[in-house]
Design a protein around this ligand. Structure first.
Ligand code: PMP
Length: 405
């Protein structure tokens, strides 16, 4: 790893210095949302104080500056994920809206009764419910890639599910419960051989590993700004141009139109066809700044640091009696339970000691039920976390377990 000053990185996040219940905050809920570095906060303030103005339609100076900043952000995002063209980048509110957009527009354009969609057993509700809704609307069939005993996706079963009726496969790059990386390269190539398109839910991957959508040959890729040090309320849908062009629009309104008559409308070109209404032109520049922050550290360095933390944490967790790590985490997230203690009770007692973790089904209720669990305690890492924080968490966890057993 190149020489990185982690203390310097940490100091760029003002919230990390605060206390909760008179304890130093240890923030291990990064899979839910990441904290924001000062540069992203500054960029947002700069946008509001220097050029806040509605974009694309204004003849005046501020509007032109705002439009340029927003469109430059689109280019930066395209570059970050290896998209060939910035018009393949659609601004959404987040991963959830990006997937809903595809489920609706792809569904209405390409799905007929009896067609099949495949998702995996580990999906977040965001990459499950929109497909259920689409299948209900279109009388299509939803198939699920099962898990093997080791919590890996069963690719043999996936192969057997693929057939000429399979129109789309939607899978998470990284599971937000298991912290396991799905073999998306293999899944994409198997799906393409069967003639199906593929959507990758990158909500838990893009901040932790290099993503190149062109190299992956993904047809769609979705992620959220707030999980990669950017603002909340902005997310990205990448799509291949020919598929996006063929799809009907998502919502109607300003921006997405070319010409409007009382009874008829022609639609704008990409990407605007899918961006009805005033876009989040402050969020876009904030997200671009967040990606600049990530690039300045280097995604490979981030990955290495987080892997070090994960290995260190796993070693310590495994020394606690009754510890059950769920699955085989390798990326950013560890889910666990201790004996018969309810995960919520552990979460509350950790919180009282300043340690923020997440408990419950993590918006993946079918997976948690499949694993026969009441939920899990989930810790998740970001670039600013440290081994010292893991030590604090382990000490707090031991206290919690002692009190609850
Ligand atoms: N997919 C996965 C794998 C996630 O972890 C999340 C967020 N927890 C989402 C989708 C939804 O992201 P958002 O709420 O930002 O739309």
């Amino acid at each position: 790893m190149t020489n990185i000053n982690f203390e310097d990185i940490r100091q760029q996040f003002p919230i990390l210095t605060r206390q909760v219940y008179n304890k130093q905050l240890v923030y291990f809920d990064n899979a839910a949302t990441t904290q924001k570095p000062q540069c992203v906060l500054d960029k947002t303030i700069e946008a509001y104080t220097q050029y806040n103005s509605n974009i694309h339609r204004g003849v005046h100076y501020l509007s032109q500056v705002a439009t340029m900043a927003h469109e430059q952000a689109r280019q930066d995002i395209a570059d970050f994920i290896g998209a060939k063209d910035k018009k393949d980048i659609i601004f959404t509110r987040g991963t959830t809206e990006a997937i809903n957009l595809v489920a609706f527009c792809f569904g209405e354009t390409f799905i007929d009764e009896g067609d099949e969609i495949i998702v995996s057993a580990v999906e977040h509700h965001s990459n499950l419910v929109p497909w259920q809704m689409m299948c209900e609307r279109k009388k299509a069939i939803l198939r699920i890639i099962p898990l093997k005993d080791d919590c890996q996706l069963d690719l043999q079963a996936f192969e057997n599910l693929l057939n000429e009726r399979t129109k789309l496969v939607a899978v998470a790059h990284v599971s937000n419960v298991l912290g396991m990386v799905n073999p998306i390269e293999t899944i994409i190539s198997m799906a393409h051989k069967a003639g199906a398109k593929v959507l990758i839910d990158g909500a838990q991957s893009v901040a932790h590993t290099r993503v190149d959508v062109s190299q992956l040959d993904a047809d769609f890729f979705a992620f959220s700004g707030h999980k990669i040090y950017g603002p909340t309320g902005i997310g990205i849908l990448y799509g291949k141009e020919n598929i996006l062009n063929a799809m009907i629009p998502y919502q109607g309104g300003g921006e997405m139109i070319q010409h409007v008559e009382y009874q008829h409308t022609t639609y704008n070109e990409l990407p605007y066809k899918f961006e009805a209404g005033t876009p989040d032109f402050i969020g876009s520049v904030g997200l671009s700044e967040a990606l600049k922050f990530v690039r300045s550290i280097g995604i490979e360095n981030i990955k290495q640091h987080e892997t070090d933390l994960l290995v260190y944490a796993l070693n310590q967790l495994n020394q606690i009696e009754g510890m059950k790590i769920i699955g085989q985490p390798t990326s950013g997230v560890i889910s666990f339970n201790v004996g018969k203690i309810h995960p919520y009770d552990i979460g509350v007692l950790l919180d009282k000691q300043g340690v923020a973790v997440r408990t419950g089904h993590h918006c993946a209720e079918p997976l948690i039920n499949l694993l026969g669990l009441p939920g899990t305690v989930r810790i998740s890492f970001a670039i600013y976390n440290t081994k010292e924080e893991i030590d604090i968490m382990i000490k707090a966890l031991k206290r919690a377990v002692a009190m609850l057993q």
